[in-house]
Every structure is written in C-alpha cells, then in structure tokens.
Design a protein around this ligand. Structure first.
Ligand code: NAX
Length: 328
C-alpha cells in the first residue's frame, strides 16, 4: 500500500464537510489504494460539534483513513498537507451584501494562506469552496508567496455539473452524453456557462436543442440561480452536491482529461488566451495531464455574445478585488 497523503479540510463541522470527509475516506477521489490522513480545521466554538463528526468518522472504520487530526490551529491543520479543501468561512448574514461577505471572509483566507505557505507539503494543491470562493482564493494565494499560483483553484464545478444536468434533462440524454461544459468567470450570478461550446453526444448542444431562447433564458438563469432555488426548497444551502463537486474538481485535476473535453475551475489569470484581466481567479475550461499540470483550453472562438458575458463576469471579479486590495 502507498504512503498516506494528508488532506486538510476546513469547516469540518459544517454541512458540506459532513459529506466530503466520508467520501474522501472511502477512496472515491484519491483511489482505493491511497490511504489518507484527514486534518480537519474548525473554529474554537465548533470544536465540540467537530468532535461528533470525528466520532462518526472513527465509527465508519474506513480502511483508507490512517489518522484523523481535528484542530482549531491552522498551522496544525495544514502541516505537511498535500491537498487542502477550504470549505469553512463566514456565511452571509441577514442584510449582508456581497461586498460585506468578501470583507468578512478576507482575514480568514489571509491567515489560512499564510498557514498553508508556512506548513504545507511542497506539492500542496488547494481548492477553495467557501464563498465568495474566487476572491477568497485570491486572498489566500496572495498570502502564500512560496506556493506557485497554479496550485490554487476556486470551485466552479458545481455550476458545471448543474449546467450539464440541465442540458441532459432538456435533451433527454444521460449526463455522460453532455461534454465540453465550461464555466467562465465568477462563482456567482454573473458566471457564464458557455452553452455555445457544449456538446451532446458529440454534436453542438445548440443543434440538438434547437432553442436559442431556452439557452439564453431559462438555462442560464437556472444555473446561475440554482443555489438560491435549493435554499428555497431545502431550507439549507446545497451541501451534498457541493461536496460532490469538490471531489469532481480534484478527480479532474489528477486524471488526464478525455480527448477533446474539458472541465471547469477558477484559476489565477496570468496571460490567458482570451484577454481576461490578469490577477484574478477566473473560471476557464481546463484540461489536465493527470500529473498535476493543467492548461486553459486554447483556440475557442467566442461569439460577441459570449465575449460580452465573459467580460461582465470579469468586471464583477475586478470589483470584488477592489474590496480586498489591502489583503493581497
Ligand atoms: P456551514 O455553515 O454548514 O459550515 C461552515 C463551517 O465553517 C462551520 O462549521 C464554521 O464553524 C466553519 N468555519 C467558519 N470559519 C472558519 C474558519 N476560519 N476556519 C475553519 N472553519 C471555519 O456551511 P456549508 O454549507 O458547509 O458551506 C461552506 C461554504 O461553502 C460556504 O461559504 C458556502 O457559501 C460555500 N459554498 C460554495 C459552493 C461553490 O460552488 N463554490 C457551493 C456550496 C456552498 O454554498
């Protein structure tokens, strides 16, 4: 059996972690031969609740889980970590606008960025789930100067999966038939799931579903507003599907991407082929070699419509960045 890898998960007593931790322990993402040591971070007030989660992890007796470390010290949680999944953060409170949320989360990600920089393993890779994930990722990455920027990802995979599911449902096919789903920009209502590139059974989705009005209307708004629709229906925000998307993100990064396909995550924009501003975490269609290297898919011909959408979500990210300049 291989040596265990260390996986740090923050927000361990929260609802996403309640699904995520057990699925990591099951070998669903790193494989059935790869033992893991779970290093779970919480705030002091949630340590009792985390104790309960740890008891349940112990009671699952998962063979791949070689140790569980529960702590409220970021330096301990990120010590020698190979992967960090940053799920914990301050939720949006009543009356808070997006700028307030960004400001409230900034200091958390500044501290965690520093702790990752000072403690993590040389091959650390970080997936930021906690919202506003693109800007939180920018704060953390900016405060970890020793960790290359291409190791940081903000999660837009849930949006990708939502878009895939909507198209599969409309076309009456299995979700596996729907490929080339790329989310552009911010994990927010301004995101652009670029339906012009999506394929169904290898054919353009816009030919299979010959209804441009649906794509520009219901499709976009359903994907963009899905998080709110789930809160309205469930009384709580998406958790199982968010954990699922975090695992999908990591799996896509450690597995070679199928020929001609791509997946989505927000990455540090630094001289990209589409003229998107540098210095923000912007979601692009990506391809992975499977050994940790990835690249932005090149050569896509964006229509004027797509360019406008891609620019609008970029502008929102630039505005978010203005709210955190003192943390970068
Ligand atoms: P919960 O409120 O259930 O759990 C969050 C946990 O984080 C709490 O237990 C809290 O004590 C802990 N926490 C707070 N500050 C912390 C810190 N400084 N260090 C460590 N832990 C800390 O939220 P949950 O439903 O699990 O969602 C977690 C985050 O995911 C939220 O920010 C949420 O907005 C975000 N989401 C992101 C999604 C995405 O696609 N990127 C989708 C789902 C989700 O909305």
């Amino acid at each position: 059996m291989k040596d265990p890898i260390r996986v740090a998960v923050t927000g361990g007593a929260g609802q996403i972690a309640y699904s995520l931790l057990f699925r990591i322990g099951n070998g669903e993402v790193f494989g059935p031969e790869q033992p893991v040591i779970l290093q779970i971070l919480e705030i002091p007030q949630a340590m009792d609740a985390l104790k309960g989660v740890v008891m349940e992890l112990q009671d699952s007796a998962q063979p791949l889980v070689h140790d569980i470390i529960a702590t409220d010290d970021a330096n301990v949680a990120f010590k020698d970590a190979n992967w960090a999944i940053l799920v914990g953060g301050k939720p949006r409170g009543p009356g808070m606008v997006r700028a307030d949320l960004i400001a409230a989360n900034g200091p958390i990600f500044l501290d965690q960025g520093k702790a990752i920089n000072d403690n993590a393993a040389d091959d650390i890779r970080v997936v930021v789930v906690a919202n506003p994930c693109n800007s939180n990722c920018l704060v953390a990455a900016s405060n970890a100067p020793d960790v290359p920027k291409d190791r940081w990802f903000a999660m837009t995979r849930l949006d990708e999966n939502r878009a895939r599911a909507q198209v599969a449902d409309k076309a009456g096919v299995l979700s596996t038939e729907v490929t080339n789903v790329g989310i552009w920009g911010n994990h927010s209502a301004s995101q652009f799931p670029n339906f012009e590139e999506i394929k169904v059974g290898g054919k353009p989705a816009t030919e299979v579903i010959d209804d441009r009005g649906w794509f520009e209307g219901d499709f976009l708004t359903t994907v963009q507003d899905r998080g709110k629709a789930i809160i309205d229906a469930r009384g709580k925000s998406s958790a199982a599907s968010a954990a699922n998307a975090a695992l999908d993100t990591i799996r896509s990064l450690i597995t070679p991407t199928a020929e001609g396909d791509w997946f989505s995550a927000a990455v540090y924009s630094d001289g990209n082929p589409y003229g998107i501003a540098d210095g923000i975490f912007y979601s692009f269609p990506l391809r992975s070699t499977g050994n940790g290297d990835w690249e932005i898919v090149e050569g896509l011909e964006l229509s004027d419509y797509a360019k406008e959408k891609a620019a609008a979500t970029q502008d929102e990210l630039l505005k978010e960045r203005e709210a955190i300049t003192d943390l970068l």
